[in-house]
Design a protein. Structure first.
Length: 685
């Protein structure tokens, strides 16, 4: 492919940080300061701003029509949509390190990746993990090493700035465990100085603490292959030294005192020391058997396209682990795995190559179908029927890892990706069902059967406390997050307000608003409301996303718009609206309360706020009119919106996502509901 998969020019705008403006540190600083004072930006404004109620309505109708035409033009012939999924340069750096480790790194791929990595560097020499964010140590270390692989001299100004910044922040020793594992593969870090992860973990029963099913699906798929890597401790010859990244090359890992033994941190530090001692005396037959069992577990979960779970991290570690056990690069498992990683590459028009951490066609397609239907497209429109056909074919009808905790639940969910039958998720399933109910399908029995399977599976995945998580039920063990190894973000999968809200909304539209399981979900949501009136957003940034998800669910389930929880949410949204009429929330809100509800206005976050306000009966309010006017005024002439900011979340703060289709689907949904009213879908409750 020669351009981005979502049809954009790739290098245009600040989303790829390709321009001098996007790299300018002073610009980033002023943007953050402006966002903190409640004044948003108007990225990509093209069409002017409406000034009266009548003008707002007319502008919203025009913007809706343009957005419908734009989204229709982006549908694939097979019926799906997919926007680029932009994360950070660690994906690109680790891709090069994997190729170096396997001996398959080539010059064209290296230069294309290096071009992308260089283009993301900030003027202070660092790399951030989201647009406008601060420099991040581990990302900067990995990007620096990748550019060294590409031939960039450590004496070059951009490299010297990066190395100096790394040293100022503690050097490699202060980087996350994953970064130091990659460096250990080449002898740039000692394996003895990494947390131990024994392969015998695979034998722990499901009821035992720290068994592999105590980890969330994304962490589980990563941990299992890394147990093999940890046991093997491979070292490939390093092509260069990295002394310039240590505070003191003679003591690259200065000793640190242990936490008190009575603390959880101290307990797990001492457990890690015991596991290091076990590594030296582990019975070889047991260790060999454990690694082989782990390898079978890995291979059984390889998808039809060769990937693992449809995401990049488990794929790269699985390939390394299997290669260490003797699987050569010509083996079908290895060949398919490497080919799948190539499909994660997005080639820009300037020759740069960006690696997607994941691909989101199911998610993008159901959101696009909802947007088009709410935007006024006829329910029997060929685009919607084609999308429904594709979605129905993607339904997963075999058990996956989720069945370990729910063995008696029949399958019927949807996954996020093209190929991921092992890990369907509840969020995708709820939104797919909401999308399918908007379609007048020529074979209604087929659609109804798919919906019925999806509803049954979703109900069966409810957690004991009444909420719903993303991939598993009751994946709430307190122990995995405390392991010294797990410093890279969330590793468990507890219920979240946004997922629970999408499920409650779906169940309400299926006529199940008064079902006891739905009522438990509603009670869970009401209990989770923040004192401010907002809801925390687990899979989107942040309180604006959570609130934009929950309010429509509560009102769909029958709560009156006068309910105190709804009124508190409305008051909060009105209070955090930007002066320009839009809404925005910076990712720093996950760590710093002063950023909650604050940030430059974005198309997707403005749409989320509007969805909540419209559901709360606020269509004629000044806040809604100003928000709609902002969306209409910032729309591009081609019907799209610009959005360089990251509004998606993998792990709160630790892994952030810019879904390139969010800026299209959510504004259309909000504008469509403003113009056409709230959708009437599903069954009567």
């Amino acid at each position: 492919m020669t351009a981005t998969t979502d049809g954009s020019a790739g290098a245009t705008g600040p989303g790829t940080i390709a321009s001098a403006t996007a790299n300018d540190t002073s610009t980033r600083t002023s943007t953050a300061a402006t966002a903190g004072t409640r004044t948003g930006t108007r990225t990509g404004a093209r069409l002017g701003t409406a000034t009266s109620t009548e003008d707002v309505g007319a502008a919203a109708a025009r913007a809706t029509r343009r957005a419908v035409e734009h989204l229709l033009a982006r549908q694939h012939d097979e019926g799906w949509w997919k926007g680029d999924l932009e994360t950070n340069v660690t994906m690109d750096a680790e891709d090069l390190l994997l190729r170096e480790f396997l001996g398959i790194r080539d010059a064209p791929t290296t230069e294309a990746a290096a071009r992308h990595i260089r283009g993301e560097q900030r003027d202070d020499g660092t790399w951030a993990t989201f647009y406008g964010g601060p420099g991040e140590l581990s990302a900067t270390v990995e990007a620096y090493v990748a550019l060294r692989l590409a031939g960039d001299s450590p004496d070059a100004p951009h490299m010297a700035r990066a190395a100096a910044w790394i040293r100022e922040r503690g050097g490699i020793a202060a980087a996350r465990v994953f970064t130091r594992i990659w460096l250990a593969l080449f002898g740039w870090w000692k394996w003895d100085d990494l947390p131990e992860l024994p392969p015998e973990l695979i034998y722990l029963p499901h009821w035992f603490p720290l068994n592999i099913y105590d980890f969330g699906q994304w962490a589980r798929q990563t941990v299992v292959p890394l147990t093999i890597v940890s046991a093997k401790r491979p070292v490939r010859p390093a092509p260069f030294a990295l002394d310039e990244l240590h505070t003191d090359p003679r003591r690259p890992n200065p000793p640190r005192p242990l936490a008190p033994a009575a603390s959880w941190e101290g307990l797990f530090q001492r457990l890690d020391k015991a596991l290091h001692a076990y590594h030296r005396v582990a019975p070889r037959p047991l260790r060999r058997a454990a690694m082989n069992t782990a390898a079978r577990w890995i291979i059984e979960r390889q998808e039809n396209d060769g990937c693992w779970g449809g995401i990049q991290p488990p794929a790269v570690y699985s390939l390394i682990a299997l290669h260490l056990l003797g699987y050569d690069l010509g083996h079908p498992v290895m060949r398919a795995g490497l080919a799948s990683l190539d499909r994660f590459a997005v080639w820009r028009e300037d020759g740069a190559r960006m690696i997607e951490a994941c691909q989101s066609p199911v998610w993008d397609t159901c959101l696009a179908a909802i947007a088009l239907a709410d935007g006024g497209l006829a329910p029997d429109h060929p685009a919607l029927v084609k999308a429904a056909d594709w979605l129905i074919a993607e339904q997963i009808v075999r058990p996956g890892d989720w069945s370990v905790r729910r063995p008696r639940v029949a399958p019927g969910g949807w996954a996020f990706e093209f190929h991921n039958d092992t890990y369907p998720d509840i969020d995708d399933t709820a939104e797919v069902l909401l999308a399918l109910r908007r379609v007048k399908h020529p074979d209604p029995e087929r659609l109804d059967a798919a919906v019925a399977r999806g509803v049954r599976w979703t109900l069966g995945m409810q957690c004991r406390d009444g909420g719903w998580a993303a991939f598993d039920a009751d994946n709430t063990s307190p122990f995995p997050n405390r392991l010294p190894f797990c410093d890279f973000g969330e590793v468990i999968d507890p219920p979240s307000a946004d997922v629970t809200a999408h499920v409650v909304e779906m169940l309400a539209h299926e006529g199940l608003a008064h079902d006891p399981r739905t009522r438990r979900g509603i009670a869970w949501l009401l209990a989770e409301q923040e004192p401010s009136g907002a809801w925390f957003g687990r899979w989107g940034v942040n309180n604006v996303y959570g609130t934009g998800s929950v309010v429509p669910a509560l009102t769909a389930a029958g709560l009156p718009v006068s309910h105190p929880a709804v009124r508190r949410a409305v008051a909060w949204l009105e209070a955090v609206q930007n002066d320009d009429g839009g809404w925005g929330e910076d990712l720093r809100s996950y760590r710093d309360e002063k950023w909650v509800g604050r940030g430059a206005s974005t198309a997707s976050q403005t749409a989320w706020a509007l969805l909540a306000l419209l559901a709360a009966g606020e269509r004629d309010s000044a806040a809604v009119e100003r928000g709609v006017a902002w969306l209409a005024g910032t729309q591009r002439e081609d019907g799209s919106w610009d959005e360089p900011y990251f509004t998606g979340t993998g792990f709160p703060w630790d892994f952030s996502i810019n879904y390139h289709l969010y800026r299209q689907v959510f504004p259309l949904t909000a504008l469509g509901r403003y113009v056409h009213g709230e959708p009437s879908i599903g069954k009567e409750s």
